[in-house]
Write a protein that binds this ligand. Sequence first.
Ligand SMILES: Cc1ncc(COP(=O)(O)O)c(C=O)c1O
Length: 469
Amino acid sequence: MLHRKKTEKEIKQAKEEVLDPVFGGRDLMRPAPKFRLPREEMPPRNAYQLVHDELLLDGHSRLNLATFVTTWIEPEAQQLMSESFDKNMIDKDEYPQTAEIEMRCVNIISELFHARSDEKENACGCSTIGSSEAAMLCGMAMKWNWRKKRKAQGKDTSKPNFVTGSDVQVCWEKFGVYWDIELRHAPMKKENGYRVAMEDLVALCDENTIGVLGILGTTYTGEYQDIKKLDKLMAEYNAKTGYDIPIHVDAASGGFVAPFLDSRLEWDFRLEGVKSINVSGHKYGLVAPGVGWALWKDWSYLPEELIFHVSYLGGDMPTFAINFSRPGAQVIAQYYNFVRLGFEGYTNIHKASLSVIMTLKKLLEKSELGEVVMEDIRMPLLAFKLKDNHDYDFTVYDISGRLRRYGWQVPAYTLPKDCGDVSILRIVAKEGFSHDLASLLVKHLREVMKELKSEKPKRIKPSREAKIC
Ligand SMILES: Cc1ncc(COP(=O)(O)O)c(C=O)c1O
């Protein structure tokens, strides 16, 4: 075999690649590309260093108490995920075992949510990229079912609506906009303990309602809505009106908590009116982002017209998803968790996170300023506001900003518009947020409060006389 003699330039370049220290070579002397593909290649170690270093500026995910999404996974789960990073979920003919694992997960979650199962037929559901995609799929199924019934009755199908509380997550607002469905919001009420009354949901329903939403673990405060009550009220309403409005449960976070910490709570397919559920595997399902699950009570609630059959990957491939290609690694990690943890493991992990939250709650209540806004803590989450009678010139936003200096990410935000004058802080405890870390958070919270109190002293309230003048 003939070898071409290397040019001077090539020899110099090869030498540079091997000998130059990363930060001494020319690659890192140039600005990182921001708008255009660079003309030339660079050695992998330099490219790695450049990207790696930029990411140093991200917050540390383990201190991210804002997210519901998993920030710590076991090394074995990491290993399985890196072994399967190349598996495309849609290639079911090429990766039949990944497809089988997805189906096993659907069966296991359906059983956990008490869908009827005879273990002879697969349960009805699919994996998604997260709860948002699952919400779109379940919402679409409700719209299609409603439209089919209306068409059969010769009725108008142009004004579908979907009923939710104002504490709904943004994915449902998106669903309304993307699929041209009016979203009707029942108010969150202060006098109702910052909750939405189930009666108010029912009051918004009419013949054009494709479904009504119950939330198991709201994004704002982590409260479980009273879905059993909603089911009873909707059964009465449907019987009275002759409609057949289904309940969908957004169990994005609570779906992987309630079965382990509150197994007697009826919120799922045990209830007659609950026909579909979404849950995020990457939240309390303890998988790294992104996997979610869409589930139906049985096959009769998933319209056949929404399932597409493709043949170009070999075999007949039924698909019901927004995306075509999707990573398989998260689905595999979900199954790993099921095998590894079982009922006992999930229970232990969530109990540990909940106990961290209860400790934080106690400490907060002992302190001068914080006031928990949740009546019932069932998920490992704490939402609190400054006490109404606090009269320092700082807000929860100041606290959130100062905590950031220690690395903690604790979000501050306002409640939905009906309670929009209330601003709160939210701490989500997940696997990996230990009692030790929580005690450090409290220490820093105290320091921040002390600092703010000394910098922004008590407002001087005008006296009665002063007011009259
Ligand atoms: C109640 C609720 N529904 C839906 C979602 C969206 O879930 P995902 O991030 O998995 O798309 C969230 C996310 O926090 C949520 O809290």
